[in-house]
Design a protein around this ligand. Structure first.
Ligand code: NAD
Length: 453
């Protein structure tokens, strides 16, 4: 504990020295982060492969190149983001200067999960650096190889007075959370999100919570089956389904279900071959605990695609389930693995009702040949993000904010939103020292003031 406190105190001293405030310092740290990615690419890709059997392409697309894009975007826009924003004034302040200053919070704590261990640690860090904060990073202890890369290879690139990486699991994070940070950015499960928020509340520390849950995917009658199946299968089985924005279950009528299942079988075979276990592009379950949890879910409903498992390899085949009940665990808990249940509903109104009776999801998907149906679902529901006629693609746009609502989290980041979330928007008014006669109206005594009453 005392060493965490010492680390925090020393980062706070650096923060208070003003070191992180200049544009030049922030750019230098962002560039250093870029060099870390380039010079350690092999080690990063190997760690992702060891932890999750992530193929090279998948790792590039969803981890390293997304981070690279965010770094470039921040470097190119930092100067304009940092500028004071001048605001409209009233009569009494006409000759003054009124603006919003984007101030750093101070020392922030960033806690990451294991499923995109590089991306989910470094993209928030880009926001923290851009906004001029110091940071303590706590990677997931479960993705052990990536944790090692972040703890051993990253620190030499960053200013050691301003950034530190802490390794560990629940006990270590619990100790960290006892300290008074200026901001906490947490990505993980809703249950741990509540623990983080409760700990932050003791110090009135503001938080961003990037959480998970069940993302519904409505499929309307008459969709293009080939395209729809490809897009759902890709987004569900990417990273072996261990993605917070993956479609968690499909809602459709029975006729659509009967057409969709063979189309998804074809897509799966095209993507991963007849034996997905042999595909270099299909991932593995992160650990034994999650493997056993997912294996149990295979007992829900009826398996119509996949269902095979190999414990030694932590392999679960891409699986589609039908005939699931609302009360089945697979329809109650976040699946976070390569299993896709299809739950039948009579029509779009019933699908909307089903969605609105549950926690508000991180992402919501609607496929339809009719844009009016997609828009109708968008208008009548609530979720962190929404994507019509595809899965997950909305989060690839740096211009869109990313985050949840309700049980799926609070606070949005990516691109400029990351800079904003790590900045305190400080209200500043710099008054003119003269023109006292204009101020006289607000000074007592008030007894002789005619208010026209
Ligand atoms: P998790 O909540 O178990 O762990 C996340 C982090 O919290 C880890 O660093 C872990 O060490 C720490 N932690 C775990 N238990 C803790 C405790 N009791 N006290 C203090 N710290 C604790 O989540 P996970 O299993 O790593 O990740 C999966 C979850 O994360 C899923 O729910 C998924 O949807 C969600 N997720 C959300 C996003 C998003 O951007 N919204 C992204 C990825 C994952």
């Amino acid at each position: 504990m005392s060493s965490y406190k010492e680390t925090l105190d020393s980062l706070r001293t650096s923060f208070l020295s003003g070191k992180t405030r200049s544009e030049q310092f922030r750019i230098s740290q962002l560039e250093a982060l870029g060099r870390f990615l380039e010079e350690n690419k092999k080690a990063i890709l190997e760690a992702l492969d060891k932890d999750l059997h992530k193929g090279m392409f998948e790792s590039e697309v969803s981890e390293t190149s997304m981070v690279r894009t965010e770094i470039n975007f921040a470097i190119n826009n930092l100067r304009s983001w940092m500028k004071d924003e001048y605001v409209e004034k009233n009569l009494a302040t006409k000759l003054d200067s009124a603006f919003v200053r984007k101030d750093p919070f101070g020392v922030v704590l960033i806690i990451a999960p294991w499923n995109y261990p590089i991306h989910l640690m470094l993209i928030p860090l880009i926001g923290a650096i851009s906004a001029g904060n110091c940071a303590i990073l706590k990677p997931s202890e479960i993705s052990t190889n990536c944790e090692k890369v972040l703890a051993e290879l990253l620190p030499p690139y960053l200013d050691k007075d301003c950034f530190a990486v802490v390794r560990g699991g629940v006990p270590e994070t619990t100790q960290l959370l006892e300290l008074k940070f200026d901001y906490i950015f947490f990505t993980g499960s809703p249950n741990v999100g509540k623990i983080v928020m409760a700990a932050a509340a003791k110090h009135l520390t503001p938080v961003t919570l990037e959480l998970g849950g069940k993302n519904p995917c409505y499929v309307d009658k008459g969709v293009d089956l080939y395209n729809t199946a490809n897009r759902i299968v890709w987004s569900r089985f990417f990273n072996a389904g261990q993605t917070c924005v993956a479609p968690d279950y499909v809602l459709c009528d029975t006729e659509t279900r009967d057409q969709l299942v063979p189309a998804m079988r074809d897509s799966l075979e095209r993507f991963y071959g007849k034996e997905p276990q042999k595909s270099p592009d299909f991932g593995r379950i992160i650990n034994e605990k999650n493997f056993q949890r997912l294996k149990e879910l295979l007992g829900n409903g009826t398996v119509v695609i996949g269902g095979q498992t190999d414990e030694n390899d932590k392999y679960i085949a891409p699986t589609v389930l039908v005939d699931v009940k609302e009360t089945d665990p697979v329809m109650q808990e976040e699946i976070f693995g390569p299993i896709l249940p299809i739950f039948t509903v009579e029509n779009v109104e019933k699908a909307i009702e089903f969605i609105n009776q549950r926690d508000r999801p991180l992402a919501l998907y609607a496929f339809s040949p009719d844009n009016k149906v997609v828009n109708h679902i968008l208008d009548r529901t609530s979720s962190g993000g929404f994507c019509g006629n595809d899965g997950m693609m909305h989060m690839t746009l740096i211009s869109l904010p990313f985050g949840g609502i309700g049980n799926s989290g609070m606070g949005m980041y990516h691109g400029k939103y990351s800079f904003d979330i790590f900045s305190h928007h400080r209200a500043c008014l710099l008054r003119n020292t003269g023109l006292e006669s204009l101020n006289a109206i607000r000074y007592p005594p008030y007894s002789e003031r005619n208010l026209g009453l």
